[in-house]
Ligand binder design. Structure first.
Ligand code: ADP
Ligand code: MG
Length: 295
């Protein structure tokens, strides 16, 4: 049995911090560079595995050094890799240029386009988390999960929401700019999803639960060094809390903490801590979260 199966992309991120972005035919020197394994759902699952949950992944990598590195990393942290296909296309890549809070990204999806759903694999989990997936995959997974009593979170990002399954999504997640572009305002009643979680620029989140009640979580804001993966970290904290039976507000607070830690380091996974380290950070910041309590 798994607690969480992630479905999404596995990429290799090359992150360059610059003072200005190159213009036409211009070369610029980066101030700093960092590279490592990335991909939104992969980042979220990496946090959850470090936090002690039983994790699996559905995705695809190339038969190359990057693909091998993904599989080795997941094995090392205890994430099951039997749902990851190794295919002939090269592994996915992302080149990310960061200038303060602004970033420019070029992505190569490559092997990621070859992921295949395995419903037998999915039936072994309590929860499934989707991030950066085509509409067909979202639709099939949400319908399957609804039939099987598996809870689903979808970080929909910039993608359109598949309308016929929106109401079956347990936790619909995105950032405030993405929500405003989809719905025209930050009115969380406009989405049909059961619960809506929208992260705020500068840190924190607003949420709407199944009763229509809304909540706001704020209080942790850091100077951003590199926001790559911060939304994925938020998702991990939120999912962890929900699966431990915490209130959505406490879950969002943990999400806020993990995003806060992530924006202060370069790289999508460089802030990842085991659960003991997260408990210490929460204490240091004076946050009261129900770690270790039985709901
Ligand atoms: N200054 C900040 N301090 C703390 N957290 C921040 C800050 N700025 C943004 N965040 C958080 O970082 C996350 C960024 O996620 P998102 O905007 O979805 O970007 P991405 O999906 O590219 O990682 C959100 O959870 C947001 O609330
Ligand atoms: Mg995001």
């Amino acid at each position: 049995m798994f607690d969480v199966v992630g479905i999404g992309n596995l990429n290799y991120d090359i992150i360059l911090t610059v003072d200005h972005f190159p213009e036409f035919h211009e070369k610029v020197n980066a101030k700093g560079a960092s590279f490592g394994l990335g991909g939104a759902a992969g980042n979220t699952i990496s946090w959850l595995a470090h936090m002690g949950l039983r994790t699996g992944f559905i995705g695809a990598v190339g038969n190359d050094d990057i693909g091998k590195a993904h599989i080795r990393y997941f094995r090392d942290i205890g994430t099951d890799v039997s749902g990851i296909r190794v295919v002939e296309e090269p592994s996915g890549l992302a080149v990310i240029m960061v200038r303060g809070e602004d970033k420019r990204i070029v992505k190569y999806p490559g092997a990621n386009l070859r992921k295949e759903l395995d419903f037998g694999y999915l039936s072994r989990t309590r929860h499934v988390h989707l991030s950066s997936n085509p509409a067909e995959i979202i639709e099939m997974v949400v319908k399957f999960a609804a039939e099987k009593d598996i809870t689903v979170s979808v970080d929909i990002g910039e993608m359109p929401i598949p309308r016929d399954v929106e109401g079956k999504v347990d936790y619909l997640m995105m950032n405030e700019d993405e929500y405003r572009r989809k719905f025209g305002s930050l009115d969380l009643s406009l989405s049909a999803a059961k619960n809506v979680v929208v992260t705020l620029n500068g840190g924190g989140a607003v949420l709407r639960d199944e009763n229509g009640d809304t909540f706001e979580v704020r209080g942790l804001s850091a100077e951003v060094i590199d926001s790559t993966g911060a939304g994925d970290s938020f998702d991990a904290g939120f999912i962890y809390g929900i699966l431990k039976g915490w209130s959505p507000v406490d879950a969002a607070k943990l999400g806020m903490l993990l995003a806060y830690l992530t924006v202060q380091k370069v790289g999508a996974r460089s802030a990842i801590l085991p659960i003991e380290g997260i408990v210490k950070e929460a204490e240091r910041l004076g946050m009261e979260l129900p770690f270790g309590k039985n709901p």
